[in-house]
Design a protein around this ligand. Structure first.
Ligand code: LHQ
Length: 262
């Protein structure tokens, strides 16, 4: 892994991945996407119980590196389909299929596929300094990296259409008001709030979190009967975890539950 493009740290069950091209607001290129994919899987291999995705410098992520795309055009037509299938989609699947809750920490601007990656995460916390823009139609493209799936689920079809067709940046406060982010913190409190939220998630029932994500993702496109089948299977699995059994005991003994993630 090229450590300079993506930093990876793990501490107390919280793995943090920091996109690290601050000079271009952490714009995404092929080597960075490869390293990001590897880092997500490293967090899983190391049994992290929360994964934080954030950016170095004043940006979270400005989306696809447009200088790279122009260079591709100069060398012939870039194959955007292959770029998506080979580099972006494995990352989106890695985040949405992660074995732990994933928190996007929007330290600054999130644009295009950078915003898509944040929307694929389970929760989003933003600095007041952050701005969010779908950006895609601003350069004549359609939402990608899963945004057409995640955005309407988070904010409804009407807001999603407006954000895509009028892609001017919105503030963190506007994003909060429509549910696009879950919390906004002043810049000087941002790191502490990210750490607190990540620690809270890492101390939770990891398997129940992940099964809950899978159920809710399936529910969006499933008839009720299928969803009821899936929830029965998921509850069977959750019910077999030590976390569940210990939490029942804690409740009956009138003490707080602690979760070990198994
Ligand atoms: C950048 C970028 C950038 C390179 C800032 N690339 N350098 C597309 C194609 C194919 C397949 C896969 O999927 C996609 C998905 C996409 O992501 S499409 C959307 C791509 N992103 C955009 O269109 C956003 C472009 N960036 C912006 O609109 C602005 O930079 C934002 C609103 C993000 C931030 O604005 P400012 O805070 O005013 O910063 P800035 O524009 O001055 O940027 C700082 C530097 O970063 C600057 O370089 P410089 O050398 O002048 O300091 C920018 O050129 C560079 N940069 N985004 N995506």
């Amino acid at each position: 892994m090229t450590e300079t493009l993506v930093r990876y740290e793990i501490d107390g069950g919280v793995a943090t991945i920091t996109l690290n091209r601050p000079g271009v607001l952490n714009a995404l290129n092929r080597p960075l996407l490869t390293d990001l994919h590897d880092a997500i899987h490293r967090a899983q291999d190391e049994h992290a119980r929360c994964l934080v995705l954030t950016g170095e410098g004043r940006g979270f992520c400005a989306g696809q590196d447009l200088a790279d795309i122009r260079a591709d055009y100069d060398n012939g037509a870039p194959d955007l389909e292959a770029l998506l299938r080979e580099y972006y989609h494995p990352v989106v699947r890695g985040i949405r299929g992660a074995t732990m809750p994933v928190l996007a920490a929007l330290n600054g601007v999130a644009a295009g596929a950078g915003l898509s990656l944040a929307l694929a995460c389970d929760l989003r916390i933003a600095s007041e300094a952050a701005r969010l823009t779908t950006a895609f139609t601003g350069i004549g493209l359609v939402p990608d990296a899963g945004m057409a799936w995640t955005l309407p689920r988070l904010v409804g079809a009407a807001n999603a259409t407006r954000l895509v067709m009028r892609p001017g940046p919105i503030s963190a406060a506007e994003a909060l008001s429509m549910g696009l982010v879950d919390e906004v913190a002043p810049p000087d409190e941002f790191s502490a709030r990210v750490a607190a939220l990540a620690a809270e998630l890492a101390a939770g029932p990891t398997r129940a979190f992940v099964l809950s994500r899978q159920l809710m993702d399936e529910a969006a496109t499933s008839p009720l009967d299928r969803l009821l089948d899936l929830e029965a299977g998921a509850q069977l699995e959750a019910g077999q975890t030590e976390d569940h059994r210990n939490a029942i005991a804690a409740f009956l003994e009138k003490r707080p539950a602690t979760f070990e993630g198994r």
